[in-house]
Write a protein that binds this ligand. Structure first.
Ligand code: NAD
Length: 335
């Protein structure tokens, strides 16, 4: 099928080209993000391939549809950027990659925990400058600490597994229990209890209306003083201003983010020569106990290969009229 691949970075092109040897789709790589301003680039393409920050709103879908596009192939798991009801009304198919490497995200999450705890980001620069002082680098043993995992699906379960290996106690919260996590010896508790007892809290639930700003002022107030908070799920799970207040008061002792609620205007681009206009994000960068990575948790060789292969297979399924197991309907729960 002829596919307009929006928001292409060199690494997307590399993995999609390699995977396409088995599919022989006609791929056209486009740098811009899909939006109302750029949607005309898709004219005449039966399929578009998009990522997390592409704008697949009702208006964009209507223009796509009018210009001959009938398939939106997401090369990611989350689909909060797609208006599924409009897609269904227009009889357009939407497919995604529900799982590509939960290990990639879980391992990065634990990387954030260790980096923050042992202040590896500080020692890296210190040692390069010939400063071998240990002042200010004191950490804590993860062993015997309590880690609270919110959302114990594929990624949360692996995080629980890894930190169990460190000898941590694991508390879990989810709207449905995962027997695999219970078997590890994790204890399911209420959110309130998880906030009260956890030394480290890590978020792995989807972004849905019920989880928007899950971590706000009230949640922060219930947490242990000096808690470590990690978010590698979706930025909007955290009310950033409330968390900044928690950092200023010392209630939050460490913050590790791979996602940020206003990340679409920042992440995946080199803005190093520009002035960042987002004052909330800039404030976050001033704290000595905050580390932020730019939505890179998924970014491993294995994950990129799986994403490319599944995306192209999804498109081949739709093209040949086979049922596609990764289709999204108008009533699919948002992630
Ligand atoms: P999953 O569907 O396997 O697990 C999500 C879990 O959250 C499920 O167990 C579900 O029951 C639970 N949940 C649903 N509503 C909840 C609520 N209100 N409170 C608590 N838990 C709730 O998903 P996954 O593959 O483990 O991915 C988790 C999240 O990670 C995704 O939603 C996505 O936003 C994020 N993600 C981030 C990256 C990255 O690069 N940073 C990559 C992939 C996924």
């Amino acid at each position: 099928m002829k596919i307009a691949v929006f928001n292409t970075k060199p690494y997307d092109e590399e993995f999609l080209r390699a995977a396409n040897r088995a599919f022989k789709h006609k791929l056209t790589f486009l740098e811009p993000r899909l939006s109302e301003q750029t949607v005309s680039l898709a004219a005449g393409f039966p399929a578009v391939c998009v990522f997390v920050h592409d704008e697949v709103s009702a208006r964009v879908l209507e223009i796509l549809n009018a210009n001959g596009t009938h398939l939106v192939a997401l090369r990611c798991a989350g689909f909060n950027n797609v208006d599924l009801k409009t897609a269904a009304r227009l009889n357009m198919k939407v497919v995604r990659v529900p799982a590509y490497s939960p290990y990639a995200v879980a391992e990065h999450t634990v990387g954030l925990m260790l980096t923050l705890n042992r202040k590896i980001y500080k020692s890296y620069t210190r040692v390069r400058e010939g400063n071998f002082s240990l002042d200010g680098l004191l950490g804590f043993d993860m062993h015997q600490r309590t880690v609270g995992v919110i959302g114990t699906g594929k990624i949360g379960a692996i995080v629980a597994h890894i930190v169990k290996g460190f000898g941590c106690h694991v508390l879990a919260y989810d709207v449905r229990r995962n027997p695999e996590v219970e078997q590890l010896g994790a204890q399911y508790v209420s959110l309130n209890e998880l906030y009260k007892r956890s030394d480290v809290i890590t978020l792995h639930c989807p972004l849905i209306p019920e989880t928007y700003h899950l971590i706000g002022a009230d949640a922060v107030r219930r947490m242990k003083p000096g808690v470590m908070l990690i978010n590698s799920s979706r930025g909007e799970l955290i009310d950033t201003k409330a968390v900044i207040a928690g950092l200023k008061s010392g209630k939050i002792g460490y913050l590790g983010l791979d996602v940020y609620e206003e990340e679409a205007d920042l992440f995946f681009e080199d803005l190093s020569t520009r002035v960042i206009q987002d004052d909330v994000f800039s404030r976050l960068l001033t704290f000595p106990n905050v580390i932020i990575t730019g939505h890179q948790a998924f970014f491993t060789r294995e994950a990129m290969k799986n994403i490319a292969e599944t995306t192209l297979k999804n498109i081949a399924d739709v093209e040949s009229g086979r049922p596609c197991p990764n289709s999204l309907g108008p009533t699919t729960v948002r992630k």
